[in-house]
Design a protein around this ligand. Structure first.
Ligand SMILES: [Ca+2]
Length: 361
């Protein structure tokens, strides 16, 4: 989605800029890209922010702390079977937090395209979705054997915009992938194209099938504990959507947009999502959390017994800039990534960052 709008960062961003002496003016979309003095994957810093979430179960005081800083457009977070946190950066790096980075061979970053999705298959293998110079593809590999990765899907249309990008393991063990329309809307309804679809990869063979179609650019895929499959999607000039996906679902693009279970007439550019189901924040159980890029906030949706959206809370509005991914860690805390160096943000010196949200005290 075209997203050139300048956003002024919130008060905490201003304070951080003063503390760290960053040149965080509002004059340019393109902040410093290599001037960070912060170590990559540095140890957690003191709390950076607090917030209060108002829930049906009462107020929850939250504290945000920094897990990593000095990153460049981190895209996806995932934990392996040993509860270690891994993340991708769009330029092509795959990193275990606190460990070394690996370059994924063949990644070409251009516009919104590059290294995006990351998911583990429960058998020690990572799946990655990335762009080459000619297509988008999905590979499967042990993280230390990327040169010998198995190519599961190739020939997914790529372009500078609308590359989809997320990978999500489902309750059936299959990996689901969103592919964008690659700036050619008609691909979304074309059964012979892998563009504008959600693909399902067989858990054993990795072979893909079209699960749903009619997508413009779904940027978030997540499952509720009961198996309900939710997504976020970018519409044209607003009309962003939250959808419930099923096999054979047709999102309607390019004929229709803004036809989800929740719609946003003004663009917020919703991105990564997760349904919270941990014990650490019991008041959030069953809530869908999703990050927003243009909206620079974390949204929390609640649902009624019939599955319809019952309420919405917007957290951290303008506080950390553009947000890309949100996941729940093995500790029950919520982890988010900033996306202020993706070419459309106003990065602070510590950007980009991975942040941890947990109850205060
Ligand atoms: Ca739609």
């Amino acid at each position: 989605m075209a997203d050139p709008r300048l956003r002024l960062r919130g008060a905490m961003g201003v304070i951080a800029a003063l503390v760290f002496g960053a040149a965080c003016g509002a004059a340019s979309d393109d902040g410093p890209t290599s001037a960070s003095t912060v170590g990559r994957g540095s140890a957690a810093s003191p709390p950076t922010s607090t917030a209060v979430s108002e829930t049906a179960g009462g107020s929850v005081r939250l504290t945000v702390s920094e897990v990593a800083s000095g990153l460049d457009t981190p895209w996806a977070l995932a934990w392996d079977a040993d509860d270690r946190l891994w993340f991708t950066e769009r330029s092509g790096r795959l990193t275990q937090l606190g460990g070394t980075s690996r370059e994924v061979p063949g990644v070409v970053e251009q516009g919104e395209s590059g290294l995006t999705g990351l998911e583990f298959d429960g058998q020690g293998r990572a799946l990655l979705l990335y762009s080459t110079g000619s297509d988008n593809r999905i590979i499967r590999s042990a993280p230390d054997a990327l040169e010998r990765a198995e190519v599961l899907v190739e020939g997914i249309p790529r372009a500078a915009i609308h590359n989809g990008g997320p990978l999500q393991r489902g309750p059936d063990g299959a990996i689901y992938a969103s592919t964008g329309d690659a700036d050619e809307p008609d691909t979304a309804q074309d059964p012979s194209s892998l563009g504008g679809k959600v693909l399902r990869l067989d858990p054993a063979s990795g072979a893909p099938e079209v699960f749903s179609l009619g997508h413009r650019n779904a940027q978030g895929l997540c499952f509720a504990p009961d198996g309900r499959f939710l997504s976020t999607e970018h519409g044209p000039t607003g009309r962003d959507e939250v959808n419930v996906l099923q096999r054979g679902f047709n999102g309607g693009w390019p004929d229709t947009a803004g036809n989800g279970i929740r719609n946003y007439p003004q663009a917020i550019a919703p991105a990564g999502c997760v349904v919270y189901d941990a014990a650490l924040i019991p008041q959030w159980r069953g809530s869908m959390l999703f990050a927003t890029l243009r909206g620079t906030s974390l949204h929390r949706l609640t649902f009624g017994p019939d599955g319809a959206v019952a309420g919405e809370e917007v957290l951290f509005d303008d506080e950390f800039g553009r947000l890309r991914d949100v996941e729940v860690g093995p500790d029950g805390a919520v982890y988010i990534t900033t996306s202020n160096r993706d070419g459309r943000g106003s990065p602070d010196e510590r950007d980009d960052r991975i942040l941890r949200i947990a109850p205060s005290g």
